[in-house]
Design a protein around this ligand. Structure first.
Ligand code: DHB
Length: 300
């Protein structure tokens, strides 16, 4: 059985979160073969950027902390990636970021011509002072980026939001009004910091980083709940989703699709198939469908 999402056919409800397994067609294809209906590329930026120094990712057990630093070859230096992806037979979200409204627009316009199935704008990365989250914590700047990008692309636009917004429902509404076709939430939480007390050193070279994995799931569920209340466009729900029961929970909050990132580390690359199977078993045991439970937590 397949499903429809913004006019595209997907094999199931699973989405690979951005930044988790890179930009190469081979890896994205492997993720698709392992049960993922829709894969997201690592965010593409306006200029070549190395990212932060190592260590950039530390596993804390209950989740991870990372400050990768938005490394990107820059949108003009990805011809090989685009040529490979042109021959794909699976749907792709291209994620883009910038350091100004103009940069978001420039990158998105170029990327749109490469025909990804969807474009996601990352206005929510906590690991750079100039890029990402700075645009997504404010209603006005979120709206400006979304309407500027919407004007120059011809694929559906997904906006990735940060839980740091004071009122994420309000930001989502502003994005919807500005032309967003879907919301993706949440990006990592924070920044946070973890200190190794023997060396008295922050564990990340960049010192601060975004939190992901099981420890952030309650925040993700609350954010999706708030967004669902505020908008009529579909939501890709993610943040700590690791099991089929987690997926059910975020769908009950209002998600149409379910994203997975950190759980690739905890359960392997076939986590997408595992979560799908667990979700389907839970539903069929109760004679329910996804449509029956979507937004179910909103009943009074
Ligand atoms: C990075 C980007 C993100 O959007 C995020 O949530 C975490 C890390 C990065 O490349 O640093």
């Amino acid at each position: 059985m397949t499903i429809q999402f913004l006019g595209k056919t997907l094999k199931n409800h699973m989405v690979l979160a951005s930044g988790v397994l890179g930009n190469s067609k081979e890896i994205l294809e492997r993720v698709h073969e392992n049960g993922c209906g829709l894969v997201t590329m690592k965010s593409i930026g306006p200029a070549p950027r190395d990212g932060h120094k190592n260590p950039t990712v530390i596993d804390l057990g209950q989740g991870m902390i990372n400050a990768v630093g938005l490394p990107s070859p820059g949108y003009l230096n990805m011809e090989n990636e685009w040529q490979d992806l042109d021959k794909r037979d699976f749907p792709v979200i291209a994620s883009v970021y910038g350091g100004s409204v103009k940069e978001y627009q420039m990158v998105a316009e170029f990327v749109s011509a490469k025909k990804p199935d969807f474009i996601e704008i990352n206005i929510s990365c906590p690991n750079s002072e100039k890029h990402g989250m700075i645009f997504g914590i404010n209603r006005q700047s979120s709206q400006e980026v979304v309407s500027a990008v919407k004007k120059v692309i011809n694929v559906p636009l997904i906006v990735k939001l940060t839980p740091q917004a004071q009122d994420i429902g309000d930001i989502a509404k502003a994005c919807e009004n500005a032309g967003a076709d879907a919301i993706c939430a949440i990006n990592t939480v924070g920044p946070g910091m973890v200190i190794d007390i023997e060396s008295a050193m922050p564990v990340l070279a960049f010192k601060k980083g975004g939190l992901s994995g099981p420890m952030i799931k309650p925040i993700a569920v609350r954010c999706v709940f708030d967004i669902y209340k505020a908008v009529n466009i579909p939501i890709i729900g993610l943040g700590g989703i690791t099991t089929g029961e987690d997926a059910i929970e975020i769908i009950m909050a209002g998600a149409s699709l379910v994203g997975i990132g950190s759980a690739v580390r905890y359960r392997g690359i076939d986590v997408f198939q595992k979560v799908t199977d667990e979700m389907n078993a839970w539903l069929s045991n109760r004679n329910l469908s996804i449509e029956d439970i979507k937004g179910a937590a909103h009943k009074e």
